[in-house]
Design a protein around this ligand. Structure first.
Ligand SMILES: [Zn+2]
Length: 352
Protein backbone atom coordinates (compact mmCIF):
# COMPACT_ATOMS: atom_id res chain seq x y z
CA UNK A 1 0.00 0.00 0.00
CA UNK A 2 1.55 3.21 -1.23
CA UNK A 3 0.32 6.22 0.71
CA UNK A 4 1.00 9.95 0.65
CA UNK A 5 -0.69 13.20 -0.30
CA UNK A 6 -2.57 13.46 -3.63
CA UNK A 7 -0.54 14.22 -6.73
CA UNK A 8 2.93 13.03 -5.67
CA UNK A 9 3.24 10.02 -7.96
CA UNK A 10 1.82 7.06 -6.02
CA UNK A 11 0.29 5.58 -9.14
CA UNK A 12 3.48 6.13 -11.13
CA UNK A 13 5.43 4.24 -8.48
CA UNK A 14 2.86 1.42 -8.49
CA UNK A 15 3.28 1.14 -12.26
CA UNK A 16 7.07 1.35 -12.02
CA UNK A 17 7.09 -1.41 -9.41
CA UNK A 18 4.77 -3.49 -11.59
CA UNK A 19 7.04 -3.14 -14.59
CA UNK A 20 10.01 -3.97 -12.40
CA UNK A 21 8.35 -7.12 -11.09
CA UNK A 22 7.39 -8.24 -14.59
CA UNK A 23 10.66 -7.20 -16.25
CA UNK A 24 12.52 -10.29 -17.40
CA UNK A 25 15.89 -8.90 -16.35
CA UNK A 26 14.91 -7.65 -12.91
CA UNK A 27 15.23 -10.98 -11.18
CA UNK A 28 11.65 -10.89 -9.99
CA UNK A 29 10.17 -12.68 -12.95
CA UNK A 30 11.13 -15.05 -15.73
CA UNK A 31 12.02 -18.73 -15.58
CA UNK A 32 15.79 -18.24 -15.66
CA UNK A 33 15.70 -16.75 -12.18
CA UNK A 34 14.59 -17.82 -8.76
CA UNK A 35 11.10 -19.15 -8.09
CA UNK A 36 8.46 -16.69 -6.83
CA UNK A 37 8.63 -17.88 -3.25
CA UNK A 38 12.31 -16.99 -3.18
CA UNK A 39 12.13 -13.77 -5.14
CA UNK A 40 9.40 -12.44 -2.86
CA UNK A 41 11.96 -12.15 -0.11
CA UNK A 42 14.17 -10.03 -2.32
CA UNK A 43 11.49 -7.34 -2.66
CA UNK A 44 13.23 -5.79 0.28
CA UNK A 45 16.15 -4.50 -1.69
CA UNK A 46 15.96 -0.79 -2.10
CA UNK A 47 12.24 -0.39 -1.46
CA UNK A 48 12.30 -0.74 2.29
CA UNK A 49 8.90 -2.28 2.76
CA UNK A 50 9.78 -5.88 3.48
CA UNK A 51 12.00 -7.59 5.98
CA UNK A 52 15.52 -8.03 4.66
CA UNK A 53 16.21 -11.62 3.71
CA UNK A 54 19.95 -12.07 3.78
CA UNK A 55 19.81 -15.76 2.88
CA UNK A 56 18.26 -15.11 -0.53
CA UNK A 57 19.53 -11.60 -1.22
CA UNK A 58 22.75 -12.79 -2.86
CA UNK A 59 20.96 -15.08 -5.27
CA UNK A 60 19.06 -12.39 -7.16
CA UNK A 61 21.16 -9.45 -8.22
CA UNK A 62 20.91 -9.13 -11.98
CA UNK A 63 20.50 -5.32 -12.21
CA UNK A 64 20.85 -2.50 -9.70
CA UNK A 65 17.73 -0.60 -8.61
CA UNK A 66 18.70 2.41 -10.69
CA UNK A 67 18.74 0.22 -13.81
CA UNK A 68 15.26 -1.16 -13.20
CA UNK A 69 13.13 -1.89 -15.08
CA UNK A 70 15.41 -2.62 -18.06
CA UNK A 71 13.04 -1.07 -20.62
CA UNK A 72 14.20 -3.37 -23.41
CA UNK A 73 13.02 -6.91 -22.60
CA UNK A 74 9.84 -8.48 -23.93
CA UNK A 75 7.86 -7.73 -20.77
CA UNK A 76 9.04 -4.12 -20.70
CA UNK A 77 7.99 -3.67 -24.32
CA UNK A 78 4.55 -4.93 -23.39
CA UNK A 79 4.47 -2.53 -20.47
CA UNK A 80 5.41 0.39 -22.70
CA UNK A 81 2.82 -0.52 -25.33
CA UNK A 82 0.17 -1.17 -22.65
CA UNK A 83 -0.37 -4.79 -23.63
CA UNK A 84 0.56 -6.56 -20.40
CA UNK A 85 -1.43 -9.70 -19.87
CA UNK A 86 -0.49 -10.20 -16.24
CA UNK A 87 -1.38 -6.69 -15.19
CA UNK A 88 -4.67 -4.99 -14.40
CA UNK A 89 -5.63 -1.71 -12.77
CA UNK A 90 -8.84 -1.14 -10.87
CA UNK A 91 -9.73 2.51 -10.39
CA UNK A 92 -12.73 4.57 -9.28
CA UNK A 93 -14.93 5.87 -12.07
CA UNK A 94 -15.00 9.57 -12.79
CA UNK A 95 -12.03 11.89 -13.20
CA UNK A 96 -9.61 13.26 -10.61
CA UNK A 97 -11.89 16.14 -9.69
CA UNK A 98 -15.05 14.07 -9.38
CA UNK A 99 -13.74 10.67 -8.45
CA UNK A 100 -16.43 8.14 -7.67
CA UNK A 101 -16.01 5.08 -5.49
CA UNK A 102 -14.50 1.66 -6.04
CA UNK A 103 -17.48 -0.65 -6.17
CA UNK A 104 -17.95 -4.31 -5.37
CA UNK A 105 -18.78 -5.15 -9.02
CA UNK A 106 -15.22 -4.19 -9.91
CA UNK A 107 -13.92 -6.94 -7.63
CA UNK A 108 -16.31 -9.67 -8.76
CA UNK A 109 -14.42 -10.09 -12.03
CA UNK A 110 -11.14 -10.15 -10.13
CA UNK A 111 -12.47 -12.85 -7.84
CA UNK A 112 -13.75 -14.87 -10.77
CA UNK A 113 -10.27 -14.89 -12.36
CA UNK A 114 -8.50 -16.08 -9.22
CA UNK A 115 -8.08 -19.60 -10.53
CA UNK A 116 -5.83 -18.36 -13.33
CA UNK A 117 -2.10 -18.26 -12.86
CA UNK A 118 0.20 -15.70 -14.41
CA UNK A 119 0.38 -16.08 -18.17
CA UNK A 120 3.76 -14.67 -19.08
CA UNK A 121 5.83 -14.25 -15.97
CA UNK A 122 5.72 -15.36 -12.38
CA UNK A 123 3.38 -12.64 -11.22
CA UNK A 124 -0.12 -11.47 -11.82
CA UNK A 125 -0.31 -7.88 -10.69
CA UNK A 126 -3.37 -5.85 -9.78
CA UNK A 127 -3.03 -2.15 -9.03
CA UNK A 128 -5.93 -0.83 -6.96
CA UNK A 129 -5.88 2.90 -7.35
CA UNK A 130 -7.37 5.24 -4.72
CA UNK A 131 -8.14 2.36 -2.38
CA UNK A 132 -9.41 4.93 0.12
CA UNK A 133 -12.42 5.19 -2.19
CA UNK A 134 -13.44 1.57 -1.69
CA UNK A 135 -17.04 1.13 -0.60
CA UNK A 136 -17.35 -0.95 2.55
CA UNK A 137 -18.69 -3.88 0.51
CA UNK A 138 -15.85 -3.64 -1.97
CA UNK A 139 -13.29 -3.36 0.83
CA UNK A 140 -14.61 -6.53 2.43
CA UNK A 141 -14.55 -8.33 -0.89
CA UNK A 142 -10.94 -7.25 -1.47
CA UNK A 143 -10.03 -8.21 2.08
CA UNK A 144 -11.16 -11.77 1.43
CA UNK A 145 -8.87 -11.93 -1.60
CA UNK A 146 -5.93 -10.43 0.30
CA UNK A 147 -6.38 -12.83 3.19
CA UNK A 148 -5.74 -15.76 0.88
CA UNK A 149 -4.04 -14.33 -2.19
CA UNK A 150 -3.77 -16.77 -5.09
CA UNK A 151 -0.23 -17.98 -5.63
CA UNK A 152 1.90 -15.52 -7.57
CA UNK A 153 -0.58 -12.65 -7.33
CA UNK A 154 0.61 -9.24 -6.22
CA UNK A 155 -1.64 -6.36 -5.21
CA UNK A 156 -0.44 -2.77 -5.20
CA UNK A 157 -2.80 -0.32 -3.53
CA UNK A 158 -2.54 3.45 -3.55
CA UNK A 159 -4.30 5.68 -1.02
CA UNK A 160 -4.02 9.38 -0.18
CA UNK A 161 -5.82 8.93 3.12
CA UNK A 162 -5.42 5.40 4.53
CA UNK A 163 -7.39 6.43 7.63
CA UNK A 164 -10.52 6.08 5.46
CA UNK A 165 -9.80 2.39 4.94
CA UNK A 166 -10.99 -0.42 7.17
CA UNK A 167 -8.11 -1.27 9.56
CA UNK A 168 -8.25 -4.99 8.75
CA UNK A 169 -7.41 -4.17 5.14
CA UNK A 170 -4.58 -1.79 6.06
CA UNK A 171 -3.07 -4.34 8.42
CA UNK A 172 -2.87 -6.90 5.58
CA UNK A 173 -0.59 -4.57 3.58
CA UNK A 174 3.02 -3.58 3.73
CA UNK A 175 3.07 0.20 3.80
CA UNK A 176 5.25 2.54 1.78
CA UNK A 177 4.65 6.15 2.75
CA UNK A 178 5.81 8.79 0.27
CA UNK A 179 6.91 12.18 1.55
CA UNK A 180 5.71 15.34 -0.23
CA UNK A 181 8.05 16.41 -3.03
CA UNK A 182 10.69 18.92 -2.01
CA UNK A 183 10.59 22.42 -3.49
CA UNK A 184 13.72 21.99 -5.67
CA UNK A 185 12.28 18.79 -7.17
CA UNK A 186 8.92 20.47 -7.82
CA UNK A 187 10.68 23.40 -9.49
CA UNK A 188 12.64 21.00 -11.66
CA UNK A 189 9.51 19.03 -12.64
CA UNK A 190 7.59 22.21 -13.47
CA UNK A 191 10.55 23.40 -15.48
CA UNK A 192 10.52 20.15 -17.44
CA UNK A 193 6.76 20.57 -17.95
CA UNK A 194 7.60 23.93 -19.59
CA UNK A 195 5.69 26.03 -17.08
CA UNK A 196 6.57 29.71 -17.60
CA UNK A 197 9.16 30.91 -15.10
CA UNK A 198 7.02 33.73 -13.66
CA UNK A 199 4.40 31.32 -12.34
CA UNK A 200 6.67 28.32 -11.73
CA UNK A 201 8.17 29.58 -8.47
CA UNK A 202 4.82 30.66 -7.02
CA UNK A 203 3.14 27.38 -7.94
CA UNK A 204 5.99 25.37 -6.40
CA UNK A 205 5.54 27.34 -3.18
CA UNK A 206 1.78 26.85 -3.12
CA UNK A 207 1.56 23.18 -4.02
CA UNK A 208 2.51 21.72 -0.61
CA UNK A 209 4.72 19.12 -2.23
CA UNK A 210 2.13 17.88 -4.73
CA UNK A 211 3.16 17.86 -8.37
CA UNK A 212 -0.41 17.57 -9.62
CA UNK A 213 -1.51 20.50 -7.49
CA UNK A 214 1.40 22.59 -8.79
CA UNK A 215 0.45 21.72 -12.37
CA UNK A 216 -3.21 22.56 -11.79
CA UNK A 217 -2.32 25.90 -10.21
CA UNK A 218 -0.07 26.75 -13.14
CA UNK A 219 -2.60 26.01 -15.89
CA UNK A 220 -3.43 29.09 -17.95
CA UNK A 221 -7.07 29.57 -16.95
CA UNK A 222 -6.29 29.04 -13.25
CA UNK A 223 -3.28 31.30 -13.30
CA UNK A 224 -4.92 34.08 -15.27
CA UNK A 225 -7.89 34.15 -12.90
CA UNK A 226 -5.67 35.08 -9.99
CA UNK A 227 -5.68 38.71 -11.06
CA UNK A 228 -9.49 38.76 -10.77
CA UNK A 229 -9.34 37.13 -7.33
CA UNK A 230 -6.88 39.74 -6.14
CA UNK A 231 -9.14 42.49 -7.52
CA UNK A 232 -11.98 40.93 -5.53
CA UNK A 233 -9.94 41.11 -2.32
CA UNK A 234 -9.21 44.77 -3.01
CA UNK A 235 -12.86 45.63 -3.58
CA UNK A 236 -15.24 42.76 -2.78
CA UNK A 237 -18.48 44.71 -3.28
CA UNK A 238 -17.51 45.81 -6.79
CA UNK A 239 -16.26 42.40 -7.96
CA UNK A 240 -18.58 39.89 -6.32
CA UNK A 241 -21.17 39.76 -9.06
CA UNK A 242 -18.76 39.10 -11.93
CA UNK A 243 -16.79 36.56 -9.92
CA UNK A 244 -19.94 34.71 -8.82
CA UNK A 245 -21.22 34.45 -12.39
CA UNK A 246 -17.88 33.19 -13.61
CA UNK A 247 -17.59 30.58 -10.83
CA UNK A 248 -21.18 29.40 -11.33
CA UNK A 249 -20.88 29.02 -15.08
CA UNK A 250 -18.71 25.87 -15.08
CA UNK A 251 -17.59 23.10 -12.73
CA UNK A 252 -14.02 23.79 -13.69
CA UNK A 253 -14.30 27.48 -12.74
CA UNK A 254 -15.83 26.62 -9.42
CA UNK A 255 -12.93 24.32 -8.68
CA UNK A 256 -10.43 27.03 -9.61
CA UNK A 257 -12.23 29.41 -7.24
CA UNK A 258 -11.97 26.91 -4.38
CA UNK A 259 -8.36 25.94 -5.08
CA UNK A 260 -7.16 29.51 -5.40
CA UNK A 261 -8.99 30.73 -2.31
CA UNK A 262 -7.56 27.82 -0.38
CA UNK A 263 -4.07 29.09 -1.21
CA UNK A 264 -4.98 32.69 -0.39
CA UNK A 265 -6.59 31.78 2.93
CA UNK A 266 -3.68 29.52 3.89
CA UNK A 267 -1.42 32.53 3.46
CA UNK A 268 -3.70 34.87 5.42
CA UNK A 269 -4.17 32.43 8.29
CA UNK A 270 -0.38 32.00 8.56
CA UNK A 271 0.24 35.75 8.64
CA UNK A 272 2.51 36.92 11.44
CA UNK A 273 3.75 40.42 12.18
CA UNK A 274 3.69 43.27 9.70
CA UNK A 275 1.71 42.30 6.55
CA UNK A 276 4.10 44.33 4.41
CA UNK A 277 7.13 42.43 5.67
CA UNK A 278 5.47 38.98 5.67
CA UNK A 279 6.84 36.30 3.31
CA UNK A 280 3.62 35.72 1.35
CA UNK A 281 3.63 32.46 -0.57
CA UNK A 282 1.23 33.97 -3.11
CA UNK A 283 4.10 36.15 -4.22
CA UNK A 284 2.26 37.51 -7.25
CA UNK A 285 -0.48 38.84 -4.95
CA UNK A 286 1.85 40.15 -2.26
CA UNK A 287 0.67 43.76 -2.45
CA UNK A 288 -3.03 42.87 -2.54
CA UNK A 289 -2.72 40.42 0.34
CA UNK A 290 -0.82 42.90 2.42
CA UNK A 291 -3.42 45.62 1.72
CA UNK A 292 -6.28 43.19 2.37
CA UNK A 293 -4.77 42.05 5.67
CA UNK A 294 -4.21 45.62 6.85
CA UNK A 295 -7.73 46.67 5.92
CA UNK A 296 -9.29 43.62 7.62
CA UNK A 297 -7.26 44.18 10.76
CA UNK A 298 -8.35 47.81 10.96
CA UNK A 299 -11.99 47.19 10.02
CA UNK A 300 -12.44 44.19 12.34
CA UNK A 301 -10.64 45.86 15.23
CA UNK A 302 -7.46 43.86 15.68
CA UNK A 303 -5.26 41.07 14.37
CA UNK A 304 -7.01 38.28 16.31
CA UNK A 305 -10.48 39.08 14.99
CA UNK A 306 -9.09 39.32 11.45
CA UNK A 307 -7.47 35.90 11.83
CA UNK A 308 -10.73 34.52 13.28
CA UNK A 309 -12.47 35.78 10.14
CA UNK A 310 -9.95 34.08 7.81
CA UNK A 311 -10.24 30.86 9.81
CA UNK A 312 -14.01 31.04 9.57
CA UNK A 313 -13.71 31.54 5.78
CA UNK A 314 -11.36 28.54 5.59
CA UNK A 315 -13.90 26.43 7.46
CA UNK A 316 -16.60 27.64 5.09
CA UNK A 317 -14.44 26.74 2.11
CA UNK A 318 -13.82 23.26 3.50
CA UNK A 319 -17.56 22.75 3.93
CA UNK A 320 -18.22 24.09 0.44
CA UNK A 321 -15.98 21.36 -1.01
CA UNK A 322 -18.34 18.77 0.46
CA UNK A 323 -21.49 20.66 -0.50
CA UNK A 324 -20.48 21.06 -4.12
CA UNK A 325 -20.46 17.27 -4.49
CA UNK A 326 -24.24 17.35 -4.00
CA UNK A 327 -26.31 18.76 -6.87
CA UNK A 328 -26.61 22.20 -5.33
CA UNK A 329 -26.70 25.48 -7.12
CA UNK A 330 -23.12 26.62 -7.64
CA UNK A 331 -24.27 30.21 -7.85
CA UNK A 332 -25.75 30.14 -4.35
CA UNK A 333 -22.61 28.53 -2.97
CA UNK A 334 -20.22 30.93 -4.68
CA UNK A 335 -22.27 33.96 -3.71
CA UNK A 336 -22.60 32.80 -0.12
CA UNK A 337 -18.86 32.21 0.14
CA UNK A 338 -17.77 35.48 -1.47
CA UNK A 339 -20.38 37.59 0.37
CA UNK A 340 -18.61 36.80 3.63
CA UNK A 341 -15.98 39.33 2.63
CA UNK A 342 -18.57 42.07 2.36
CA UNK A 343 -20.78 41.49 5.38
CA UNK A 344 -18.54 41.38 8.48
CA UNK A 345 -16.46 44.49 7.83
CA UNK A 346 -19.63 46.53 7.09
CA UNK A 347 -21.30 45.30 10.25
CA UNK A 348 -18.41 46.01 12.54
CA UNK A 349 -16.82 48.98 10.88
CA UNK A 350 -16.38 51.92 13.16
CA UNK A 351 -18.40 54.88 11.73
CA UNK A 352 -15.63 57.29 12.65
ZN1 LIG B 1 12.66 -5.39 -18.76
Amino acid sequence: MITGTAGIGKREIAWWLSQTFLCERSGFSGSSHAAPSETEASLSFGFGFAEPASSTAEKVQPLSVSELPCGSCNACHKAISGSWIDFAEIAPDGDEDHAGSLKIEQFRKLKASQGFAAYDGHYKITVIRDADRLTLQAANSLLKILEEPPNGWLFLLTASDPSLLIPTLVSRCQKLRLAPLSRPILVQLLHEAKIPTDRLEVCADLAQGSYRKALQLSENDAWEKRAALFRFLDDPAAEISALTDWAASEDRNFKILMDQFEQILLDLVSLEGDPQQFAWKNLDGKRTLSRHAQSMISSLGNFDTARAFWLERSGRLFKMRQEVLAPLNRKILAQDFLAGWIAPPLMTRNPS
